[in-house]
Design a protein around this ligand. Structure first.
Ligand code: GUN
Ligand code: FE
Length: 422
């Protein structure tokens, strides 16, 4: 089957670069991109073209870190630092997902909102509940989203009687979950030790062994907050740095994503680069919980892989347009903190992180490269007044800073049209 989308095509083939093809054609065969063309060749004479007129056609978003069961507390309870916030807000909210019916309702709404925002790839935390995790995976799959979801492992320092599992339960339920989700096509499992303080050494060792045996990716949190890092040092006096608590158990390689990394110093960043770990920058959350301002620009310059995450509900925006603008602003705050010595992220660089850099974790090439699965957003952005005709790149910049309600016209995910504006 041939898909031909026509419009102003903007893609991010390299960090900081935007390729623009005005009134061009984005073509896919059986959901796989063959290329972007300024004119339609003879071979497609008579083929049906979805003509989006003057709309922008851009890559869809990859949100590489978010907590699905924190969706009900979006925009609430951000008056505490991380560890207190977890106990006061996050854990009690996640505890509700012991109820499958509640999970179904919330996760259906979340999947719908992700689609309408143009997020088609995710790397997502569920809660510790196996059944709710399977419901989440099912709802995402049905909505047309692709990516990874993890049943959270947390066998210590949870909320007693509210949100906890024993080591034995955690292991057994992880195996049950992995068995039960095998048949999903687009949503795959990712091992998810919540963070080092939540997992006993025995559980970490079990997960590391499982990752190797079953060739599974891993997601967790790293160096987000000072008190968290002190705690990790007490728990693992044998480890010089936080990342070594993951490395020690086989949870540190090129299929690992680590959220935040606000306080990762040169040595920790070098360890990320050496192992090929992907850092997920969560600018909204880092600011909301006063965690800090991650040195993202420096990480990029050092060759560390960085993508973006909404981190709802530490983050208060699910929409990656907003998250991208937050990342750009955070990098400017970092520049000011660094005595204006570091450059900031440009919008084009932020856009690359929100799209191509995230897609890379799923094995894709940057931009609308031939061979990539078709993941795209069609964007109409003509409701704001313009003082002159804007270039497609200027329109994209404005869409990032000033997301307009209802601008997303259509969304394509893994070759399927999964959203059309009602
Ligand atoms: N560290 C461990 N759990 C969490 C969480 O739910 N949110 C954030 N932001 N950090 C965490
Ligand atoms: Fe998080």
């Amino acid at each position: 089957m041939t898909t031909i989308l026509k419009g102003n095509i903007v893609s991010a083939p390299a960090c900081g670069r935007l390729d623009v093809t005005e009134h061009g054609y984005l073509i896919a065969e059986n959901g796989v991109i063959t290329g972007v063309y300024p004119v339609l060749s003879e071979q497609y004479a008579g083929a049906s073209v979805e003509d989006y007129g003057d709309c922008l056609i851009v890559q869809s978003f990859a949100d590489l870190h978010l907590h699905a069961p924190q969706y009900p507390m979006l925009g609430m309870g951000m008056d505490l630092p991380l560890l207190d916030w977890l106990n006061a807000y996050a854990f009690p909210t996640e505890a509700r997902f012991a109820e499958p019916d509640y999970a179904r309702t919330v996760y259906r709404q979340l999947a719908g909102e992700l689609v309408s925002c143009g997020t088609t790839r995710v790397c997502m935390f569920s809660s510790l509940h196996t059944d709710a995790t399977l419901i989440l995976m099912d709802e995402l799959e049905k909505a047309g989203i692709t990516g990874y979801v993890g049943k959270v492992n947390m066998d210590r320092n949870g909320a007693p009687g509210v949100l906890e599992e024993t080591t034995e339960e955690s292991m057994r339920e992880t195996l049950r979950w992995l068995d039960a989700c095998q048949d999903l096509r687009h949503i795959k499992p990712i091992l998810t030790p919540r963070f080092t303080p939540s997992c006993t050494n025995e559980l970490m060792a079990f997960l590391g062994k499982l990752a190797a045996e079953r060739d599974l990716p891993v997601q967790s949190h790293l160096s987000e907050n000072g008190a968290e890092m002190d705690w990790v040092r007490q728990l693992h006096p044998d480890c010089r740095q936080y990342w070594e608590t993951y490395k020690k158990y086989g949870l540190w390689n090129d299929r690992t994503v680590m959220a935040h990394c606000v306080w990762s110093d040169e040595r920790e960043r070098q360890a990320m680069k050496d192992a090929g770990v992907t850092v997920v920058h969560c600018a909204d959350s880092n600011q909301n919980l006063c965690s800090g301002v991650a040195p993202v620009r420096r990480m990029l310059d050092e060759g560390v892989k960085v993508a973006l995450g909404s981190d709802i509900a530490g983050g208060d925006h699910l929409d990656l347009f907003d998250v991208t603008a937050a990342a750009v602003r955070a990098s400017k705050a970092r520049r000011m903190m660094d005595d204006w010595n570091t450059p900031f992220l440009t919008v084009a660089e932020g856009w690359y992180l929100a799209t191509s850099a995230g897609a890379a974790f799923f094995g894709e090439q940057p931009g609308f490269a031939a061979g990539n699965s078709l993941h795209a957003i069609v964007l109409a952005d003509d409701t704001l007044p313009q003082s002159r005709t804007l270039t497609p790149a200027e329109r994209l910049e404005r869409a990032v800073y000033r997301r307009q309600e209802g601008a997303v016209q259509a969304v394509w995910s893994a070759g399927r049209k999964i959203y059309a504006k009602p």
